[in-house]
Design a protein around this ligand. Sequence first.
Ligand code: ADP
Ligand code: ZN
Ligand code: MG
Length: 486
Amino acid sequence: MATFEPVIGLEIHAQLLTATKIFCGCSTRFGAAPNTQLCPVCLGLPGALPVLNRRAVEFGVRAALALGCRLQPESIFARKNYFYPDLPKGYQISQYDRPFATDGAIEFSVAGTPRRLGIVRVHLEEDAGKSLHEGVAESGRATHLDFNRSGVPLIEIVTSPDLRSPAEAAEAFSRLREILVALGVNDGNMEEGSLRCDANVSVRPVGETRFGVKTEVKNLNSFRHVQRALEFEIERHASALNGGVALVQETRLWDVAAGRTHVMRTKEEADDYRYFPEPDLPPLVLDAAWIEQIRSTLPELPEARRRRFVDQYQLPEYDAGVLTQSMALADYFERVAVAAGNAKAASNWVMGELMRKMKDVGVAIEDVPMSPDALAQLITLVERGAITGPVAKTVFERMYQTGRSARSIVDEEGLARIGDAGAIDRIVRDVLAAHAATVAEYRAGRTKTFGFLVGQVMKATAGKADPGHVNESVRRFLAEPAGEPR
Ligand code: ADP
Ligand code: ZN
Ligand code: MG
């Protein structure tokens, strides 16, 4: 049986975060009662004229620039004609043969291997409405329609078929999401349908340069679904080819519950969209100065930031990846790192105690009550040896709960490290005296009791002594001849 190589390309629909729709002033707010955010334009009633939302174009340009695309000085809106209940006007306004952006690419790495994903095009379009089949009155007998989504602004991003595994495709989708969210043009919310992915896949014998027949799995709304649907399709393609069965180009849907894809429509029955230029909209002309102005407001993108964290702060790749999960988290970390003057310690604290706390109390970094400076002060106390590691965790907890500074908690609660060797020796002597029987056993050769004795001393110091010092001191006393300690 031949071994096959998968070839994958993605088409991603991302809702642009504008307050109003792409061709009218209706609200785009999610969760409103059905059919309350409508007007003649987004319903496509006769005589209603679309007016292009400048903000939507700006957000589209922002995304296209971040994806390294070439922006077309002039692009054209087109009508994509098809009949579907959620599209009462009978066509969707989109861009077809002249999209506003083409020829971009993103770079990222998968398990340390650098990858490049070409972006064929980015175009603007309006979303359709929504058919509700379940959880509505008389479901089973009736389909309800909600047109609030009609006319919500989208960009569609079409990638080149550069991806070679389901994991790589899921990773690429995740990177695209991360870029759009970092730009503030999309909220990344896949459950609410703000970001959806169509995955195209074919397989070919290893060594073959031509592409095989592709299928497209529509509307995947999680990284996991992208990966699983592709795994299923690749398996299906490979066994068809191995069994001498020809594949047909078709559009399929992923059935989450069944863990399989099924046919939605084949190429033969594919709609002929009869695209033609939208007569009610002039060409979209992008002013070069405006493009440059938008370019100047682009933030540092997550991938670049990850690289910088590795280079500038000498962080491990892993840390850089975790800390750049969101712009706000990366910002927080950087403030801690700068104020503490120790990036790796800052990274450990943010990824460790802080993120654990955020998870426990269910709070986002934006809402963390502890300032980066406050955390940096705690880190500085540990770094200077003013408090021990275990005590620092207690102080962190108190800081989080009370909002007090690390310094004042340490001072007022007497949590400073016991640095004085004489003081540690005195505590060790007292503890060993209190455990005379165990000490005798140790000296009789039962050396396993050493750990217990150290533990008792650590307890007596409330964690304020360095474990190393305590170990050394206990060992020294136990080495003294029997009869000691006095
Ligand atoms: P179509 O004409 O069917 O819309 P396109 O060439 O426009 O196909 O490509 C649509 C998407 O499918 C793109 O993301 C592209 O990368 C991907 N694609 C195209 N051909 C293949 C193939 N043979 N195997 C896998 N993906 C493909
Ligand atoms: Zn409207
Ligand atoms: Mg196409």
